[in-house]
Ligand binder design. Structure first.
Ligand code: SAM
Length: 371
């Protein structure tokens, strides 16, 4: 089955917002388009510096593989760019109900910055987390906790009639796994980088492990060996098209708060599953309130993740950062009963397991019921 990415009616831009939406759309496309050029420029700068070093140093570095490593990185950029081209090829068909004519490629406002280029690189790493065998360990620590709970809460026979919403769905693997369990599932995501990439995986990757990327080539630090930086990862580890034709699975584009505060979503969901999402809010209370609103009475909220508040200390952004204890109190005040809770769940996010630098989160997991 093909997976439709919809822009819910509430999110289809008004005329006055259209210009800004179009410029943003074009900027994201441009970021994918210049991926190769940008990546090769970074390597070129290193080559230029290498060539300025004392001959003796150059000799030592090259004898020990540094020169050929830079060449290998350039070849790896080509490998990744093949995937980027696949993603770009299908962009015009991402949204069921919106078309964006390709205008404004040369408009200064559509020129990607460093942060945009990092987002393209993040999509490559997120392909590992969500859609590769190499990502199984990281995924098991996060998604499996949620799917195991869903399996306990809902019997197989009743799942077809149960709606599960996954806000902040990233590349959609958790939402896909939930749909595969038999539920009606909608992932929600607002990043066009993620939506373009998930559109490619969900609709175009039909043969297991038929595509490859070298996701860690942009990480120049903390590598023990060149092989670690050049590691090749195949995807997808499952065929995303294997869902039965009648299974209801979709991705909804747009801001969680804007889309799901619409009247049509009030008391509409049997479960909301959030994974590494709650800390994406400016005001986490807004997220809790919206989750409470979309759940049917008796519905469940299953959450796993840390509180790495995304907007904390971000220049020009507003943010509050309540502790988990405070958040927990607010959840109860909204009328949730916390049925199950675990702390200190060791989880990682887009981590290269071979790197000398390892970040891990002691994540919190809970299952709460709307009373
Ligand atoms: C840290 S990632 C987690 C992705 C995925 N759940 C996972 O565990 O791999 C958070 C995701 O939420 C998305 N996101 C953040 N705020 C959002 C919002 N207000 N509405 C919809 N998506 C949002 C981001 O674009 C990002 O893809």
């Amino acid at each position: 089955m093909s997976v439709a990415t919809e822009i819910p009616r509430a999110e289809v831009p008004e005329v006055k917002e259209e210009e800004a939406e179009r410029l943003h759309f074009q900027k994201v496309i441009n970021a994918f388009r210049i991926y190769k050029k940008h990546s090769l420029n970074v390597i070129q700068r290193k080559e230029n510096y290498l060539n300025q070093l004392p001959q003796e140093h150059q000799k030592l570095l090259k004898k020990n593989g540094y020169g050929s490593m830079l060449n290998d990185l350039k070849s790896a950029v080509d490998v990744n760019n093949e995937i980027v081209q696949h993603i770009l090829k299908d962009i015009d068909n991402v949204f069921d109900n919106l078309t964006h004519q390709s205008k404004g490629e040369k408009d200064k406002r559509t020129m990607p910055n460093g942060a945009d280029m990092e987002k393209v690189q993040s999509c490559l790493k997120q392909l590992v987390r969500d859609w590769s065998e190499a990502g199984i360990e990281e995924r098991s620590a996060c998604n499996k906790k949620i799917t195991d709970k869903l399996a306990v809460l809902f019997k197989e026979e009743e799942r077809e009639s149960k709606k599960v919403l996954v806000p902040g769905a990233g590349l959609g693997r958790l939402a896909f796994d939930i749909a595969q369990m038999g539920f009606e599932c909608q992932g929600n995501e607002f990043s066009l980088f993620m939506l373009f990439t998930s559109n490619f995986v969900l609709n175009k990757c039909t043969t297991i492990n038929s595509f490859k990327i070298q996701p860690y080539i942009h990480n120049f630090c903390n590598n023990i060996s060149d092989e670690d930086q050049l590691k090749t990862v195949h995807f997808p580890d499952v065929d995303p098209n294997q869902l039965p034709e009648d299974r209801k699975f979709s991705m909804a584009a747009g801001d969680f708060l804007e889309v799901y505060n619409e009247a049509e979503y009030v008391s509409s969901q049997d479960c909301v599953a959030t994974c590494f999402f709650m800390d994406c809010a400016h005001n986490i209370v807004d997220f809790i309130q919206t989750i409470h609103k979309v759940l049917k009475p008796g519905g469940y909220w299953i959450n796993l993740g840390p509180l790495l508040y995304h907007f904390s200390d971000m220049p020009g952004e507003t943010s509050i950062e309540p502790s988990y204890d405070c958040v927990r109190g607010i959840i109860k005040d909204f009328g949730f009963e916390i049925m199950e809770e675990e702390k200190d769940i060791m989880t990682t996010y887009d981590q290269n397991p071979a790197s000398m630098l390892q970040y891990s989160y002691k994540s919190v997991y809970f299952c709460a019921k709307k009373m």
